[in-house]
Design a protein around this ligand. Structure first.
Ligand code: DX5
Ligand code: ZN
Length: 229
């Protein structure tokens, strides 16, 4: 069963706490939190302090997508603030293997289980994660260039998702594939057909076909599109 991870980036920032609760009530499976630093990507969002303030509003996992340079510097803070999954961009890490190890080390210090992931920009090949596949719990295939919600799904990423699924199958590895960017009722079945396990949905969850704020209906429509597709 595919999981839907509504992205807070498209939520109403005036009532973020309620929006986090609403994601759980609406049948979302994870809360996708986009962290942007205005350096790695041309946009700024929230940091660990806001995440921490939201943590008690839901039992759903916090799926934290770090679009920041030098993520090592902030890893301890994100883990302390309640991250359950942390994905970093290899394009932003000089020593990717060290960064992935740091996620596990910092989590262990706090007696927590935190999943480690990497997020690949559209132009980044899956070859970059091939040597470290065993160290990953999740791989995010970006189907937009990171930075903004409501962009168009880059359809040419479908063969990349398929190739990654094949690579994981060949190696007998259980690593989740998350697809992030431009997911809607048309692209969702394509992404799942290619091998996605988790779909991030910003615009489609909060402003989808059922209307603005109709979170449960929009999530239901996405799941229905996937099941039909
Ligand atoms: C893009 C972010 C996405 C974004 C997705 O930089 O990583 O998570 O919120 O938004 P939609 O689903 O609207 O493309
Ligand atoms: Zn994201």
């Amino acid at each position: 069963m595919v999981k839907i991870a509504p992205s807070l980036l498209s939520a109403d920032f005036n009532k973020l706490g309620d929006e986090v609760k609403a994601i759980e009530d609406a049948g979302g499976d994870l809360v996708h939190i986009d962290i942007m630093d205005g350096h790695f990507v041309p946009n700024l969002t929230i940091g660990p302090a806001v995440m921490e303030a939201l943590r008690d509003n839901t039992k759903l996992p916090f799926d934290v997508h770090l679009m920041i340079s030098e993520p090592d510097k902030y890893m301890e803070k994100f883990i302390r603030s309640g991250a359950d999954i942390i994905s970093v961009h290899p394009e932003a890490c000089v020593h990717l293997h060290r960064t992935l190890s740091l996620i596990k080390e910092e989590a262990k210090k706090k007696n927590k289980e935190v999943k480690s992931g990497i997020a690949l920009n559209p132009a980044t090949s899956i070859a970059c994660c091939e040597p470290i596949l065993e160290d990953l719990d999740m791989i995010v295939i970006m189907t937009v260039n990171p930075g903004f919600p409501a962009q168009k799904f880059i359809q040419s990423m479908l063969p990349k998702i398929r190739a990654l699924r094949q690579l994981l199958n060949d190696r007998g590895l259980h690593v989740d594939i998350e697809v992030d960017g431009g997911i809607n009722i048309e692209s969702a079945p394509l992404a799942v057909g290619a091998g996605a396990d988790i779909l991030v949905a910003g615009n489609a969850a909060f402003n989808g076909p059922a209307g603005k704020g109709a979170l449960s209906e929009n999530i239901r429509l996405l799941k229905e599109a996937v099941n039909k597709g």
